[in-house]
Design a protein around this ligand. Structure first.
Ligand SMILES: [Zn+2]
Length: 349
């Protein structure tokens, strides 16, 4: 999809200390503290910093809330943290409006590879600064809109990365696509995870993330990167994503006559469940099939996964979906969801 970029090219703002007011400004007013995408150094005891990124998607606020609580509890910036934090606050403009991205912007978690959009320059500058800071680990915080467990995503399967994810959740997703995300770029610098922290604004989710970040600041590196004693985990590999054809009108369950794609009401409850072959995902109206399944090599693998006979959409294989959502804006901006398969790493967490 082409982005028109009518908006000004975002500049990276650098802060040598946490700006006053950061910990008690509501997210929709964050623009009064930060003029745009910002990289903030927050002092800590000597040693490599922890890199944390928040609000790459402006409406995913758990990371922001958790950082506010954590920094306030430590008395930052007046008292040093147990280790320094290099904090990247991404899409400040979209956060002010409670949106994932603004129209005309590139998606801030799809700008970390390639050179197509003005936002790629911002990404390049951030990565150069992060490489210079040589962080211990990198944590990118997100929410999703559907019903999903809290889970950590990894892009590599080494012990340090898996341990970092396992300390957040037993559920771990390994993905290599989309490859333009920040965590893949950061995984070339240090152990790097993306944390999916449930839905935005949930207090339990916020304190889970706050506690996790506290561990990352307080645990010795060798502990952080060693699989915890209770080392069982459910590891899934993302193999494909499901997208809705452009221009298709999507609704759930009770659909209008003119709706092209009518999905089942409880679609979200299938996330992280083993869905058997023959399960109905919804129905459709036109002759053209409304869903496309794309694998990690960008091949159209729709016919491998989905059957469209009798205007119904039926799974052809057992699948484990994730990120199925009822949020039509997210569906059209990103995708309907992902297809995963259970994955075994011998001897790993
Ligand atoms: Zn996100």
């Amino acid at each position: 999809m082409e982005h028109l970029n009518q908006l000004p090219v975002p500049a990276l703002h650098r802060f040598e200390r946490l700006p006053d007011g950061f910990t008690d400004t509501p997210v929709e007013k964050i623009g009064t503290i930060l003029p745009g995408p910002s990289l903030i150094w927050i002092d800590g005891e000597p040693g490599p910093p922890l890199f944390v990124s928040i609000l790459l998607h402006g409406n995913e606020t758990t990371g922001f809330d958790a950082m506010q609580q954590l920094l306030a509890a430590y008395g930052a910036p007046h008292r040093p943290l147990p280790r320094p934090v290099l904090l990247f606050v991404g899409n400040v403009a979209a956060a002010g409006r409670g949106l994932r991205t603004l129209d005309g912007q590139a998606d801030y978690n799809r700008i970390w590879h390639d050179e197509r959009y003005p936002e790629h320059r911002l990404a390049r500058e951030v990565l150069a600064e992060v490489a210079k800071a040589a962080p211990l680990a990198a944590i990118d915080l997100h929410n999703n809109t559907g019903k999903n467990p809290h889970y950590g995503c990894v892009n590599r399967l080494d012990d340090a990365t898996l341990s970092l994810a396992r300390r957040f959740s037993r559920t771990i997703v390994w993905f290599t696509e989309p490859h333009e995300v920040i965590s893949i770029a950061l995984s070339r610098i240090c152990p790097s995870v993306t944390l999916e922290c449930g839905v935005s604004g949930n207090a339990a989710g916020t304190s889970h993330v706050e506690n996790y970040l506290r561990h990352c600041l307080e645990l010795p590196a060798e502990t952080l990167f060693t699989p915890p004693p209770n080392h069982l985990s459910d590891l899934f590999h993302t193999t494909a994503r499901i997208i809705v054809r452009e221009g298709v009108r999507v609704e759930f369950e009770t659909c209008m006559e003119e709706t092209e794609l009518c999905l089942r009401e409880d679609l979200e409850t299938l996330n992280f469940e083993r869905v058997p072959e023959g399960a109905t995902l919804g129905s459709y109206r036109d002759t053209e099939t409304p869903l496309v399944v794309i694998d990690n090599e960008e091949r159209d693998v729709t016919s491998r996964y989905l059957d469209f006979s009798g205007q119904r959409i039926i799974t052809k294989l057992p699948v484990v979906p994730s990120m199925f959502t009822r949020d039509v804006r997210v569906i059209m901006q990103d995708c309907l969801g992902y297809i995963m398969e259970p994955y075994e790493v011998k001897g790993k967490v």
